[in-house]
Design a protein around this ligand. Sequence first.
Ligand SMILES: *[C@@H]1O[C@H](CO)[C@@H](O)[C@H](O)[C@H]1NC(C)=O
Ligand SMILES: *[C@@H]1O[C@H](CO)[C@@H](O)[C@H](O)[C@H]1NC(C)=O
Length: 491
Amino acid sequence: MAGAPLGTLLLLGLLGSGLGRNEELSLYHHLLDNYDRQSRPVRGPEDTVTITLKVTLTNLISLNEKEETLTTSVWIGIDWQDYRLNFSKDSFGGVQTLRVPSELVWLPEIVLENNIDGQFGVAYEANVLIYEGGFVSWLPPAIYRSTCAVEVTYFPFDWQNCSLIFRSQTYNAEEVEFVFAVDDNGETIDKIDIDTEAYTENGEWAIDFCPGVIRRQEHSDVIYTLIIRRKPLFYVINIIVPCVLISGLVLLAYFLPAQAGGQKCTVSINVLLAQTVFLFLIAQKIPETSLSVPLLGRYLIFVMVVATLIVMNCVIVLNVSLRTPTTHTTSPRLRHVTPTPRPCWSCCPASWAPARPPEAPRSASPPRRTSSVGLLLRAEELILKKPRSELVFEGQRHRHGAWTAALCQSLGAAAPEIRCCVDAVNFVAESTRDQEAAAEEVSDWVRMGKALDNICFWAALVLFSVGSTVIFLGGYFNQVPDLPYPPCIGP
Ligand SMILES: *[C@@H]1O[C@H](CO)[C@@H](O)[C@H](O)[C@H]1NC(C)=O
Ligand SMILES: *[C@@H]1O[C@H](CO)[C@@H](O)[C@H](O)[C@H]1NC(C)=O
């Protein structure tokens, strides 16, 4: 009968030691039953709580240039010691860590000072971990939208300097101080921590430097600076290359013949309109600031000025090209500058070379003259109804110079009919010569326009290429300065 009380004792002992007691629950009650989360975890009012901070960037979500907002996804690792949460694992059955909701313990109330959307705190109130010895660790995730003054001068070859400023909103520098966390090798992590495994790279921005600095004023601030550099390929492919190609088209206007008339202007004005579309695209992207003009905007203004100049130039050249002798007179000086396909003055029509003696032989007539002689012959045939053979003789007058003319004159003196006929022929020849001179002058104006076009084409080509190169070189040389910080993302 002695077995029954022994068994009961054993059972009670089992229940008492293991089954009936939840170590975590009793630790929870032990730590938090008389805990006041409002008071600082210090024994005296002069003591300072030391907060160890480590910010881990998991994703640089975006930089909105228009709203000057940087959106980041971070984990904020905060560690401190709370003497009231001190326990020894031996007293609680080997429990090493206690996880409690964050609203049950004292928190340092760290906020992002330069946020822009009123979301000062974290995105998710994760549990707080309490370790043996009163060490408290909290690692909440946060998505922050912070202000970032965007410098657009070199857009899209720019780099930006954005910062994340953390501070304890409630406690001043005497009450709460910050220190950077220390990694496994004993090195201080005085920059934004980026775990290359967990980090999602941004397609538009590369992070060059991300140093952190602790500033002790009235409040203790932790300022992380993000030096981010834009990867310009997107803009090169989508804006710069099409823009340069379309702007280059404007030079083709110079190759259109003067006969195309308004088409010359149409080409350049179309290009001007296309450039306006690009300007509109860029204006949508960048902040509405008058502090500086982005590089791309400057380039577009430049090519628009070039296109406008070319439109004006085309109008002026058209004005020159399409002149006629009835509206304008060519001054001999202008004719000198016109490149002429004729080898010498002797081939020019009589009206253009007043110094030339009229009896000079016209042996080297330009080829076009042959057709006019044919026309002249036919006109003579119609007027005079003469046999062809005699007309050939008349036509010879032009070719054989003075003695033929003298012969004609003597013939005219001989008979009034012949004289009348010779007068008629002279009249027809004269008016044909006038027509030819006029046509020659018209084509001379065209040639002069062409020469202007040639000069202006080269001028515009040089202006366009030099201007483009200078503007884009400015972007090329706008590199992130070599700052004395370690690279943000380790190799
Ligand atoms: C925690 O408790 C142990 C033992 O009771 C003590 O030695 C230690 O100093 C305490 N730690 C703190 C931070 O109060
Ligand atoms: C970035 O901005 C911070 C604060 O605005 C400034 O202290 C720092 O010198 C800047 N860094 C660079 C490289 O301009």
